[in-house]
Design a protein around this ligand. Structure first.
Ligand code: SF4
Length: 372
């Protein structure tokens, strides 16, 4: 069950309209940090807009996302791993990692004495972690804990599958996925994506420790991946290093702008409310600066719209981030071609870029033997 999302600040909520906000998730945050200079994505995520529904309303069918079949399979596998108070996970901890598990001490944080609000669950998670670190409590597994992380100036509530703290005395994030490990090898892309998502949870755990004045050394830089073994439903466990993902994520988060600053200059009539007219949505979304790169097609629901927009504007980014980065100050490929054809005077603006462009053209012609 996705965590309930507290209301974002007023202007962002107002832009979204009456529909309930879509929560942040580790998957969403990894997509957001894959293109941290994109204000459009930052605003859409912070306002809790359903980007799939928005893209559809604007006439663009998102091309990716988990199929209902994949979601159902993952839910079924998670239920199997959690069955019997995590009997299978406990077996794996014992057999694969030599964890001395005598009894399953499980704390389900799905509700706190009947209270299911996300804030209450987060408080309880923090309090339990503090008690475990102090040695006042002992739990083998914290099921459905809630952690927080600041993303683009918003507080994101996140829900890892589980936490455990008995491996080398350190807290480990547990990620349960339904892609199989065949002969000990899982799909590298799926593993890499899971690692990026686990890094979001580890970073949120670090922030919780820091806020409570606890020693972050007690958090592992690895996570536990649980997935089906071979062609069976039997779980397989692998411990995966996360140091690279953690460094990359921490850096990318610092590059995000605060969402409320990004909407400050929008006109009052702007809207992201998917119940409004598509024309109004196209107008408003178009006012949010985007930073399209072809990779967007693999992670963002808005990609087809942004690609069309980049085509219309002849944006250099349409050819990839390398071309965009090579042409700072030049906002369209038509402008770049006009400079090369000497149709535009070379002014002070973007002078360095134009010099490099002309030098690259000279080099290209030399190589082709067009000039002596
Ligand atoms: S598809 Fe559009 S909104 Fe999404 S990250 Fe790319 S540029 Fe931003």
């Amino acid at each position: 069950m996705p965590p309930q999302q507290p209301e974002p600040p007023d202007r962002l909520s107002q832009l979204r309209g009456d529909r309930p906000p879509q929560p942040y998730s580790a998957r969403k945050i990894t997509a957001l940090t894959a293109n941290p200079t994109c204000s459009r994505r930052a605003v859409l995520d912070a306002s809790g807009v359903d980007k799939t529904a928005l893209a559809q309303r604007m006439g663009y069918e998102p091309r990716f996302g988990q199929s209902p079949f994949a979601i159902a399979r993952e839910e079924a596998f998670k239920a199997f791993v959690k069955w019997g108070a995590y009997a299978e996970l406990i077996r794996l901890l014992r057999e694969e990692l030599g964890v001395p598990v005598e009894e399953a001490k499980l704390q389900d944080l799905t509700d706190v004495g009947g209270i299911t609000t996300i804030a209450a669950r987060e408080r309880e998670t923090r309090s339990l972690i503090g008690a475990i670190v102090a040695g006042d409590q002992d739990r083998l597994i914290l099921q459905n804990p809630v952690l927080t992380l600041e993303v683009a100036g918003q507080l994101a509530y996140l829900e890892p599958d589980a936490l455990t703290h008995r491996i080398d005395g350190k807290f480990h994030v547990v990620a349960i996925r339904s892609f199989p490990a065949i002969d000990g090898q899982a799909n590298p892309t799926a593993v890499a994506q899971t690692a990026q998502q686990a890094a979001v949870h580890v970073l949120a755990l670090r922030r919780a420790f820091a806020a409570a004045g606890l020693d972050a050394e007690q958090i592992a830089n690895t996570f536990l991946l649980i997935c089906p073994k071979d062609f069976s439903n039997r779980p397989y466990l692998r411990q995966i290093d996360l140091r690279q993902e953690l460094d990359a994520l921490a850096f990318q988060l610092t590059r995000l702008s605060r969402a409320e600053n990004l909407v400050r200059d929008l006109p009052h009539a702007a809207t992201l409310d998917i119940d409004r007219d598509p024309g109004e949505l196209l107008e408003s979304v178009g006012r949010l600066p985007a930073s399209y790169v072809p990779d967007c097609l693999s992670f963002c629901e808005m990609a087809r719209y942004c690609r069309d927009e980049a085509d219309t504007q002849a944006s250099p980014a349409r050819l990839g981030s390398a071309v965009r980065n090579d042409l700072p100050g030049i906002d369209s490929t038509s402008t770049a071609l006009a400079y090369l054809d000497r149709l535009l005077p070379q002014g002070e603006e973007a002078a360095e870029t134009i010099e490099l462009l002309l030098a690259a053209e000279r080099l290209h012609r030399l190589r082709r033997g067009d000039v002596a």
